[in-house]
Design a protein around this ligand. Structure first.
Ligand SMILES: Cc1cc2nc3c(=O)[nH]c(=O)nc-3n(C[C@H](O)[C@H](O)[C@H](O)COP(=O)(O)OP(=O)(O)OC[C@H]3O[C@@H](n4cnc5c(N)ncnc54)[C@H](O)[C@@H]3O)c2cc1C
Length: 466
């Protein structure tokens, strides 16, 4: 029986990771990439691949040694993955096959077509051509325009600049503007001078971005009150200047699973880059979709149903988790976007952020409270033993509340929590949503506005040892 035809649109981090993971499990797929070759353009800059997300995907793809070799630790993911698909294949349109529903025909800009695709994966980024098959959601302007600036080979061409930025990053955050610099593996420096401005600002602000004085005008108009060194960095990053508008999609985009088609990465959930999660989430998507497809291929029941059905089950399972993860990260990114451009995250422009300046103000203290998500519902436990251990902890919590004179009445699976995160340890299991607990010895109604709680499961008898 022939293999199902899997087409991945886009050779970005998401598409490449998926293709590699499938390839490792002998599931063939073809990547169609609009650009003419792997070396066509600079493949992006320094990206922070998190150990439990982006790096985990690389590990499963058998590419961690290559990542470690190439990383500083930045991930020029598409270079590392080195996957050759069909280059110069810009997808123009997709039609569902009328005779064989659930399969798709693709038309490309070079006039070619591919027919009978059993699984079409849109990993084609922000302006995905596959997305409209699943949702009418489109990216919208996030209110920020970034002027990307490059200075190449700075240690040779501009040692002052090289030394000032060092080997890491430099940031300045302020109300409505920010400057971010990063050293690249190539020795170049890439910067973003970003401003909160309307969508047409880049065209209408009166700066000709191709003119030699574009940087001077940018600095004079928008960063003039910053420290001299910071301004000098912008002025001396002379090798390239590209205005980039930041786009995003609504938080919580979702769709009803559709046979034979799905989305990965930015195509599914475009976020602004202000928490540095985009590539990690994209690679986590690829990992989950690959795992779901591989699991179906290898499962006992898979043999009893058709490939089409197996793919549909895998896609539905993947999308369920992916959409939740996307929403969580999109929320964090919206928060990050506000933080980067607000005075509450403000740092002084006039002081170097990488070195203590000679005019640094004494007694300046900056305190932050960082809240992290903690735990997950126990039904997401990775094993039965972990589930039972967590349940036992929750029962103890229930008992201890009772000893304190409270009856906890909201025993729902979403309220019984566990935590196995070794990097973020505290209580291994715990109860949440205590607003419906009542004083056991109460004499009157609780005063709660809505009637809720899971009365049928209130274990008062057990708690009273009856
Ligand atoms: C300025 C900037 C800085 C960022 N910094 C970070 C960071 O520090 N950390 C981080 O985690 N994330 C960062 N991100 C986000 C990150 O780059 C993206 O989330 C990530 O690249 C998404 O990967 P992807 O594979 O889904 O899409 P993409 O990387 O966009 O890849 C999509 C691919 O599809 C191809 N394609 C598009 N349309 C078609 C078509 N019609 N036919 C065929 N091929 C097509 C494209 O050519 C491209 O190769 C940043 C983004 C920007 C814009």
């Amino acid at each position: 029986m022939p293999h199902p035809k899997i087409a991945i649109i886009g050779a970005g981090p998401a598409g490449l990771t998926l293709a590699r993971l499938l390839q490792k499990s002998s599931i063939p797929s073809v990547i169609y990439e609009a650009e003419p070759s792997r070396l066509f353009r600079n493949q992006g800059g320094t990206l922070d691949l998190h150990p439990r997300v982006g790096q985990l995907a690389l590990k499963e793809a058998g590419l961690l040694p290559q990542f470690q070799q190439h990383s500083r630790p930045e991930g020029e993911a598409s270079k590392i993955l080195k996957y050759d698909g069909k280059w110069g294949k810009k997808l123009l349109g997709v039609q569902e096959d009328e005779k064989k529903k659930g399969t798709y025909n693709l038309s490309f800009a070079d006039g070619s077509i591919e027919t009978g695709i059993d699984l079409l994966v849109g990993a084609d980024g922000a302006w995905s051509k596959v997305r409209p098959l699943l949702t009418a959601e489109k990216p919208f302007y996030a209110g920020i325009t970034a002027i990307e600036l490059w200075a190449n080979d700075v240690d040779k061409t501009n040692p002052w600049l090289g030394k000032y930025i060092g080997q890491g990053s430099l940031f300045m955050f302020d109300e409505g503007r920010a400057i971010m610099y990063q050293r690249q593996g190539s020795g170049a420096i890439r910067a973003y001078a970003t401003v909160r401005q309307p969508e047409n600002w880049a065209e209408e602000c009166g700066i000709d971005w191709e003119a030699p004085d574009a940087r001077d005008k940018l600095v004079k108009e928008y960063f003039d009150d910053c420290g001299e060194e910071l301004k000098r960095v912008v002025l001396e990053s002379k090798d390239l200047l590209i205005p980039r508008k930041c786009w995003m999609m609504s938080v919580g985009v979702s769709w009803k699973s559709r046979q034979g088609v799905t989305l990965l990465g930015d195509a599914a959930h475009l976020m602004t880059p202000f928490t540095g999660m985009g590539v990690n989430v994209a690679m986590a998507d690829a990992l989950d979709l690959a795992r779901a497809l591989i699991a179906r291929k290898e499962s006992v029941t898979a043999k009893l149903v058709s490939d089409v059905k197996n793919i549909a089950i895998a896609v539905e399972q993947y999308e369920k988790e992916m959409l939740v993860r996307a929403e969580e990260n999109a929320k964090k990114t919206v928060h990050g976007l506000k933080g980067h451009f607000s005075a509450t995250g403000k740092r002084s422009c006039s002081t170097s952020l990488t070195k203590a300046g000679s005019n640094a103000l004494p007694n300046r203290v900056h305190r932050r409270v960082i809240l992290r998500d903690y735990g997950k519902p126990i039904y997401k436990a990775s094993s039965r033993a972990a589930l039972l251990a967590a349940l036992e902890g929750c029962i103890k919590g229930h008992e201890s509340l009772r000893k304190a004179g409270f009856l906890y009445r909201d025993i729902l699976i979403n309220n019984l929590m566990m935590n196995k995160d070794e990097e973020n340890p505290s209580w291994p299991s715990f109860l949440i949503d205590l607003d419906l607990r009542i004083k056991e010895a109460r004499r009157e109604a609780s005063g709660a506005r809505g009637k809720t709680g899971t009365r049928a499961f209130i274990a008062i008898g057990a708690l009273l040892s009856e």
